[in-house]
Design a protein around this ligand. Structure first.
Ligand SMILES: Nc1ncnc2c1ncn2[C@@H]1O[C@H](COP(=O)(O)OP(=O)(O)O)[C@@H](O)[C@H]1O
Ligand SMILES: [Mg+2]
Length: 373
């Protein structure tokens, strides 16, 4: 998958721009606060359906404007596709190849990208929710139906928690309703668990291989997805749904006392270990960087294995965080893939094989420059 162009209007500090990208490496070069990340945010909106910075439309709309519009044009399986998003006041339109889409989630799954930004370096040491988010975003791009299971789960969880809270306080007693939520939750949990389990089984292999190469055979990376059923294997959805059902109905006493749901996929963990030691507890700064880099590269490889095409890699300010060896490994190991990277020093790309397109970013405006190696 390769991006051809991106048009932006009224987005963040970008008044109007039409950018074209190299099929290999494009470097958005500029000082801080000039609009580099804004471009990646716009691109990634089409992959994830929402801002990776958690911004709402009003925040992404240029100050003083009524709305913004974005059009992304890319090649997919040798065909040209176009996605567009236009926000005006409270109304929003999304289109794929000119055809209106009803919901934002319908955007997800057409254009696919792997994003790596400095915040992701926290993934190893941060809370389990960060690792769950990583899995969820990656899975949703490969299996868009995952989003509907996930939304169903989130909605039921919220309602079930509100009910448990009311029961805890004694203001409401609703056993029947609790049962309805528990069954719906068990069904969605079983779907999500199986997707995550399957995804991690694929990711694990690729990530371990990347880490092995990156560390010249010194580090063994291992991933495991851990949920409520330690040691038990469920491959079949019905059996799993029954197991979740049991979990949600047999423990209501405790849950009512706690006023919340104590089991389920919202508490699961992606456990990462390096050469036998828990990465969360023991990985050094350098090891954390290598782990995250391995996970991101593996994310792209699994995406390619599942969809038949490499996603676009968006690297925000992270190249300068990686040492030369890791940088070279990354850019030479992924030849044939499209990279859009940002930074304030073009020296980070001195090792890149082939041609790099440099776009200079200044106060929301862009000047293109071809860089002959
Ligand atoms: N809604 C907005 N309207 C206008 N400017 C904005 C808006 N949101 C952010 N900005 C500006 O965008 C700039 C930050 O852009 P960003 O892409 O994060 O910078 P960087 O080049 O460091 O990645 C800041 O100058 C900020 O004031
Ligand atoms: Mg930035």
């Amino acid at each position: 998958m390769k991006i051809r162009s991106l048009s932006l209007s009224g987005f963040r500090n970008i008044k109007e721009a039409h950018l074209t990208f190299s099929p290999d490496v494009t470097f958005l070069l500029g000082d801080n606060a000039h609009g580099k990340t804004n471009v990646l945010e716009a691109i990634y909106l089409f992959a994830r359906g929402k801002s990776f910075r958690g911004a709402r439309d009003a925040e992404m709309t240029s100050f003083g404007q009524e709305g913004y519009s974005l059009t992304l044009s890319y090649e997919k399986e040798d065909r040209r596709e176009e996605l567009s998003l236009a926000v005006k006041g409270r109304s929003k339109t999304r289109k794929r190849n000119g055809v209106l889409l009803d919901r934002q989630s319908e955007l997800v799954g057409s254009f696919r990208a792997v994003l790596f930004c400095p915040d992701h370096l926290q993934m190893v040491k941060g809370s389990p929710s960060e690792r769950r988010r990583f899995m969820d975003i990656a899975i949703a791009q490969c299996y868009p139906v995952y989003i509907s299971h996930y939304s169903r789960y989130a909605k039921n969880l919220e309602e079930r928690n509100a009910l448990l809270k009311a029961m805890q306080k004694g203001v409401f007693y609703g056993e029947d309703m609790l049962l309805v939520y528990s069954e719906a939750l068990a069904d969605a949990a079983a779907e999500i668990y199986l997707y995550r389990k399957k995804y991690i089984a694929l990711l694990k292999e690729e990530a371990a291989r990347v880490m092995w190469e990156l560390s010249h055979g010194r580090e063994e990376l291992s991933l495991s997805y851990e949920g409520d059923f330690e040691g038990e294997e469920y491959e079949d959805k019905e059996a799993l749904r029954a197991a979740y059902g049991k979990l949600f109905t047999k423990n209501t006493e405790r849950e009512r006392a706690a006023g919340m749901t104590l089991y389920g996929i919202h508490r699961d963990e992606l456990k990462i270990s390096l050469s036998g030691l828990s990465a969360k507890d023991y990985a050094s700064q350098g090891q954390q960087r290598s782990i995250v880099l391995s996970l991101k590269m593996a994310e792209g490889m699994v995406c390619r294995a599942l969809t038949g095409e490499s996603p676009v890699y968006l690297f925000d300010d992270v190249l300068s965080e990686l040492d030369e060896g890791r940088r070279r490994f990354l850019l030479s190991g992924m030849q044939g893939c499209q990279f859009i990277v940002t930074g304030c020093d073009e020296k980070v790309l001195s090792e890149t094989p082939g041609k790099v397109k440099i776009i200079k970013v200044k106060e929301g405006t862009f000047t293109e420059r071809e860089n002959e190696e």
